[in-house]
Design a protein around this ligand. Structure first.
Ligand code: N01
Length: 589
């Protein structure tokens, strides 16, 4: 492992989030940043998702940065290639390419308390030591593929909508599509034109509104290019029409008009009453993400398409068997089953202050402050983190607000000559208590459905409970009282790096430790923690029958220690409460 750079800011991801952050830094005169990208191309979700018909169900004029309007949109709802093209042009226009390191998937983030820098390790073994991390991995990033019984038995082609296998020619094939969400309603109409037969497996009906898509006329394009303010006026009109919907999302009894529009589309497009009943949801509109499509219902009524509503019992060698015993033969199975949202950090190695892992911090569920800062993880900013998603608005708008906020946090650090910024635990707790109170009555929580907005415990970890304008206002300026700001030089903390002896399970191991600690104002005890390495037998001390290991430095006190799991660097985390093994002012203990 080698340290390749120690930039002021490390951005992760080249989707809208990462690029917006980079542009804002450049505009503020901060050039000391690196962007790590796991792939060999920019674009985030718009690079990953290439399924037939892939496009955006937010109007294109709202789906660009406010400071970089796209004069080239060809449709009211842009398709994926156009959006990816826009993102590529942004990289060129803002000269971001020199900052990007492609093929650099991050595998571990560890906070170094001695230097107030993160050690960010890539799969290739490179280590970056930035002061600040701005991570924009995207919430809809990890495909969710349910573990249906016998899934591996199927001998045909299988892939997820976000990992479309374009080498598989669908012409004349029998295709099984599992899922009827935002992705499926876009690709089912396209593949049905090619396939011999498509079975669409619906578990829950979704509300669908017509997609009022059309080409942007030559006159409009001309006006956008030549008359200042016209495109901005269009954008403003779209923004406020979306914004007005928030009242219904927060107060579901106001959703009547939207539900009538959805029922109207269903009545108009589906004449068969039995099929119409099957496609009519039994929950309030908006509870699950509302789908926009004018060709999904007509597609389901094609000769070569069947809607299957019996549950999936198992996969067989030749297809899918449903709970009613029917066999649905297929050459290809496509999972349109969405993404792991609430568990998306379950296997991420992010270790903050005091050896706190993101899994420990979020054992009761993901939570952050304003979707960007997490207590215990100093100098680390998430983009599109928990409860910052706009339920009714373009996510690009939200991202801009977040990039602005993170930049303001950097300025706050400068103003206080701080090398560390961390949101206070109490601030984060109060904030989350308030937003979850507000969300309780929202349509997402109380509309009578299950959705990816809710985690296993039924808590909404996805959506901001209010208008996007209210979010934007909150993100204008970070409150100085919301954060702990300090500098590594001034911090009154003990720190020990060097040899020690670890004992337990009949072993006496010479090890190397790096330890620090703090007096916890809540329980009044000194908590020490850090890393231990240097002997492969340390793992033996973690056996259930090994007893409590002890640690001693030189001829200092012998103290009980707790060993945690090994990190990817080969260190074990070690913690203890009470007198630490290293010299410390007695008054502090
Ligand atoms: O995924 P989804 P998606 N057995 O989670 C079904 C964004 N997006 O990829 O409703 C059977 O919406 C599941 O059934 P149910 C957008 O934010 C944006 O379509 O849970 N079925 C559902 O029908 C969107 O919300 C654009 O009962 C199972 C489907 O799979 C998000 O991505 C375009 C199942 C999953 O639907 C995800 O959309 C496309 C199981 N075990 C997507 N598990 C834009 O235009 C899941 N399902 C911006």
């Amino acid at each position: 492992m080698k340290t390749v750079a120690a930039p002021r800011v490390l951005i992760v991801g080249t989707g809208f989030s990462g690029l917006c952050m980079a542009i804002r830094l450049k505009e503020a005169g901060i050039d000391d940043f690196v962007i790590l990208e796991k792939a060999s191309e920019v674009g985030g979700t718009w690079r990953e998702n290439t399924y037939p018909g892939c496009g955006c169900d937010v109007m294109s004029l709202m789906y660009s940065f406010s400071f970089a309007p796209n004069r080239r949109w060809t449709r009211m709802y842009a398709r994926q290639p156009e959006i990816l093209d826009y993102i590529r042009r942004i990289v060129d226009d803002y000269d971001l390419a020199p900052h990007i390191r492609f093929d650099s998937a991050v595998v571990a983030y560890d906070f170094d308390e001695a230097t107030d820098r993160w050690a960010v390790r890539t799969a290739a073994g490179d280590v970056y030591r930035p002061r600040i991390v701005a991570a924009g991995p995207g919430p809809l990033h990890k495909p969710s593929i349910p573990a249906f019984p016998g899934r591996d038995r199927f001998t045909g082609n299988v892939f997820h909508s976000a990992e479309w296998d374009h080498s598989v020619d669908l012409t004349g094939k029998r295709i099984a599509v599992i899922g009827t969400g935002a992705s499926a309603v876009q690709f089912v109409p396209e593949i049905a034109k090619q396939a011999a037969h498509v079975d669409v497996f619906q578990r829950t009906a979704h509300w669908v509104l017509p997609k009022l898509d059309r080409a942007i006329t030559p006159t409009e394009k001309h006006l956008f290019r030549t008359v200042p303010g016209v495109q901005k006026t269009y954008r403003g009109a779209i923004y406020w029409s979306h914004e007005s919907l928030i009242a219904g999302f927060m107060h579901p009894r106001l959703m009547g008009a939207l539900e009538r529009a959805a029922r109207g589309l269903l009545r108009h497009q589906v004449r068969d009453t039995a099929l119409r009943a099957t496609l009519t949801p039994d929950y309030t509109i908006g509870c699950k993400r509302i789908l926009l499509s004018s060709n999904y219902y007509p597609t389901l009524q094609r000769e070569n398409v069947d809607l299957v509503t019996s549950g999936i019992a198992e996969f067989t060698e030749t297809g899918i068997r449903t709970d009613d015993g029917a066999a649905h033969d297929a050459d290809v199975v496509v999972f349109g089953t969405g993404f792991e949202i609430a568990d998306r950090f379950a296997s991420e190695h992010i270790v903050g202050r005091g050896g706190l892992s993101i899994q420990e911090a979020w054992r009761d569920g993901m939570e952050a402050y304003l979707g960007v800062a997490v207590s215990g993880f100093p100098n680390f900013f998430l983009m599109m983190g928990p409860n910052s998603g706009g339920g009714n608005q373009s996510i690009v708008f939200v991202i801009e607000a977040q990039a602005h906020y993170i930049l303001e946090c950097l300025k706050l650090m400068d103003g206080h000559e701080a090398t560390r910024i961390e949101v206070r635990g109490g601030t984060q707790r109060d904030f989350n208590r308030r937003i979850h109170q507000k969300l309780a009555g929202s349509v997402w929580n109380s509309g009578g459905c299950d959705s990816w907005y809710l985690d296993r415990t039924g808590r909404n970890r996805a959506v901001w409970p209010g208008s996007s304008a209210s979010y934007w206002l909150r993100m204008r300026r970070p409150g100085v009282d919301d954060f702990d700001l300090s500098s590594a030089e001034d911090r009154d903390e003990e720190d020990y790096r060097g040899p020690a002896v670890l004992e337990g399970a009949g072993l006496r191991l010479a090890v190397e430790v790096h330890l620090t600690g703090h007096l916890d104002p809540l329980d009044g005890h000194y908590h020490w923690y850090g890393q231990v390495a240097g002997d492969d037998r340390i793992a033996d001390l973690k056996r259930p029958d090994a007893g409590v290991p002890t640690l001693r430095i030189g001829d200092g006190p012998l103290v009980d220690a707790i060993l945690a799991e090994r990190d990817p660097w080969g260190h074990f985390r070690i913690t203890g409460v009470g007198a630490p093994p290293f010299a410390l002012d007695d008054l502090l203990v």
